[in-house]
Design a protein around this ligand. Structure first.
Ligand code: NAD
Ligand code: UD1
Length: 338
């Protein structure tokens, strides 16, 4: 079964391509490499012995998409392609709206023309509004996003819901990811953010490898057990397996359904520092810094619906998340550039 994976050379996309190949499916990738390297796909091929047809290009290029749908009989699409840096989205909002919404719209138009009406969309816990009780259920309130990136996910969900409403043949699965971390256990593929990392785990691993001299802990006066922010960290391979489970659901249903992909377990920033130290034996120097604007004290999932409906749940421990993040970072201190 052929699955078109947009943004498949990226962090989550490359791990998902690997998992699809291991599940006997055939990923086909379109990616403009604006935040990734084709080397990730070469390494997935080497790890699995599989082949991934790769189309370098933009998802907004409808002629290229037409060519892909003509050359392959595609059963469904996983749509990862998008820009994802929260801070950058505040600086260049129009670029974010144009890229993230434009790609989703072009993709749906071409899919529709080719009669392929099954899509999984990479959404985010960021679509939930900040005033919800924890844990977050799929029925929790959404909206009130604090940055343009978050709005592109919120609006992307809406575009897909409306598309499914307009034509009962569509099947849409919206996956709301919590905080993906970790890497394939080989250390051959992983996450390599450009510039200074925004997210906690890449900052920790870059500190461990000596690229940063210390971690700034953004706030220690939150209403959490140790005062630092609590999040739901999930191993990227568990997330990837969630997509395989979602494909099975997608192809046997129509309409729109939304699922949280998280573990249901929250860990604080200091829990993460200590877990990383325990898993690797490396001390992470840190300093308490002011709160980061827009941050919530606590954010974690209720993953019950994914467990009950998709038959999926996260399996990797926090120790494995730390071990695998470090294994990737130390083997690839400069990402895919060697
Ligand atoms: P990533 O940047 O590693 O991967 C995204 C890929 O999309 C990149 O390879 C990039 O080159 C490509 N891309 C971007 N715009 C494109 C376009 N117009 N045409 C073709 N390719 C394009 O990011 P990721 O962490 O793998 O995230 C994948 C998806 O999951 C994104 O949509 C992201 O917003 C979403 N998401 C990520 C997280 C996270 O913490 N990593 C959390 C929630 C949701
Ligand atoms: C961030 C994004 C969110 C996105 C999510 C997953 C913001 C405001 N939100 O959320 O939109 O969906 O990533 O990609 O950027 N921390 C530190 N020091 C650091 C980095 C982070 O203390 O150097 C803390 C944060 O304050 C937070 C926790 O670590 O409490 C996790 O941060 P991060 O990895 O950025 O994820 P989110 O805040 O969940």
């Amino acid at each position: 079964m052929k699955v078109l994976v947009t943004g498949g050379a990226g962090y989550i996309g490359s791990h998902t391509c690997l998992t699809l190949l291991e599940a006997g499916m055939e990923p086909i990738v379109i990616d403009n490499l604006c935040n990734s390297s084709a080397e990730s796909l070469a390494r997935v091929e080497a790890l699995t012995g599989g082949k991934i047809p790769f189309y370098p290009g933009d998802v907004r290029d409808e002629a290229l998409l037409d060519r892909i749908f003509t050359e392959h009989t595609i059963s469904c699409v996983i749509h990862f392609a998008g820009l994802k840096a929260v801070g950058e989205s505040v600086q260049i909002p129009l670029t974010y709206y144009e890229n993230n919404l434009g790609a989703t719209i072009s993709l749906c138009k071409v899919m529709s023309r080719h009669g392929v009406k099954a899509i999984i969309f990479s959404s985010s816990a960021t679509v939930y509004s900040g005033d919800n009780e924890m844990p977050l259920k799929e029925t929790s309130r959404t909206g009130g996003c604090t940055n343009p990136y978050g709005w592109t996910k919120y609006m992307g969900e809406q575009i897909l819901r409306d598309t499914a409403k307009s034509d009962p043949a569509w099947s849409v699965v919206l996956l709301r990811y919590f905080n993906p971390v970790g890497a394939h256990e080989s250390g051959r593929i992983g996450e390599h953010p450009n510039g200074i990392p925004n997210n906690l785990m890449p900052f920790i691993t870059q500190t461990a490898v000596g690229k940063r001299d210390h971690l700034n802990v953004f706030g220690d006066d939150y209403p959490t057990p140790d005062g630092t922010g609590v999040r739901d960290y999930i191993h990227v391979l568990d997330l990837a397996k969630g997509h395989v489970a979602a494909i099975r659901y997608l192809l046997s249903h129509t309409g729109t359904e939304v699922f949280n992909l998280g573990t249901g377990q929250g860990y604080s920033v200091l829990d993460m520092v200590h877990a990383f130290q325990d898993a690797t034996g490396i001390t992470i120097p840190y300093e308490i810094a002011p709160r980061r604007p827009g941050d919530l004290p606590t954010c974690y999932a209720d993953p019950a619906k994914s467990r009950e409906v998709l038959g999926w749940q996260a399996e990797h421990s926090l120790k494995e998340m730390c071990r695998d993040s470090w294994n990737w970072q130390k083997q690839n201190p400069n990402g895919y550039e060697g």
